[in-house]
Design a protein around this ligand. Structure first.
Ligand code: FES
Length: 146
């Protein structure tokens, strides 16, 4: 990121977001897609921002979880955190991840950005459902769009 843009971005976040959120927004974990993912979903939030999640599942455990978003710093932090929370857990455990878990791991978000955590948790659940559907009909995988 250009230094001036980075400075403006961080200054914009300071005072509004806590250090954990700023860290995940500036150094997001698990960014990008997984080629031939076992599960995928892309959702548009109420604000119009998009979040996508890819899953790689081995022996019913989330081996890799990655994300991409065109949204705000909070949605980057939520995508980063929800994929961290899902990684290394079983599919059943990952299904239990809710927006409140993302918020608590990030130690909170401002009121006007709570929906970013909803978007992250919802996108994960739908990616898990996609994994379940795909594992019932593995022959469909080569035809899937991700
Ligand atoms: S997801 Fe839209 S403002 Fe964060």
């Amino acid at each position: 990121m250009d230094e001036q843009v980075e400075k403006k971005y961080v200054l914009n976040m300071l005072g509004k977001y806590n250090d954990i959120v700023i860290d995940h927004a500036r150094n997001p974990r698990n960014v990008g897609n997984i080629p031939e993912a076992d599960g995928f979903n892309q959702e548009e939030g109420e604000c119009g921002d998009t979040l996508a999640i890819w899953l790689s599942v081995k022996n019913n455990r989330i081996d890799k979880a990655t994300f991409w978003t065109d949204g705000c710093g909070a949605s980057i932090a939520c995508g980063s955190m929800v994929t961290e929370l899902a990684k290394n857990h079983t599919v059943e455990e990952a299904f239990k991840i809710e927006a409140k878990d993302v918020l608590s791991a990030l130690e909170g978000l401002p009121e006007d950005h709570l929906h970013c955590a909803d978007l992250a948790a919802h996108t994960l659940k739908e990616a898990l459902k996609d994994y379940q559907e795909m594992s019932k009909a593995p022959w469909k995988k080569p035809y899937s769009s991700h």
